[in-house]
Design a protein around this ligand. Structure first.
Ligand code: ZN
Length: 111
């Protein structure tokens, strides 16, 4: 569950960053209850990409956020796989906004 807290273990930011990435996941600590993390969503690059490649801004934001949450579940980038996965890099990110069975299997293999 995502809730608002004054002392969160995870922080989520959406801003217009000067950097070129769409989203960023940065963590600290072991893969247990001591883990803290930050997810950043770059409204600037996401808006530009949505204009160039189509889809809705909502789906772009959702897809990038879901990808970053994938990192939070220990999934690694899988840039060029032929499998349908939230961790694959694609030109139009808006077309995949939910984890696939491939992702579920990956997470189950880790935990
Ligand atoms: Zn990634």
């Amino acid at each position: 569950m995502i809730t608002k807290s004054s002392s969160p273990k995870g922080k989520i930011y959406a801003q217009q960053y000067a950097d070129g990435w769409y989203g960023l996941y940065v963590y600290s600590g072991a893969r247990d209850s001591s883990r803290t993390f930050t997810i950043q969503l770059n409204a600037r690059t996401i808006a530009a990409a949505q204009k160039s490649y189509g889809g809705t801004f909502k789906n772009w934001v959702t897809a990038i956020f879901v990808h970053e949450l994938g990192h939070g579940l220990s999934l690694k980038d899988n840039p060029s796989t032929s499998s349908s996965t939230i961790m694959k890099y694609r030109t139009n990110w808006s077309t995949l906004t939910k984890p696939t069975s491939y992702d579920t299997t990956d997470v189950n293999n880790i935990y």
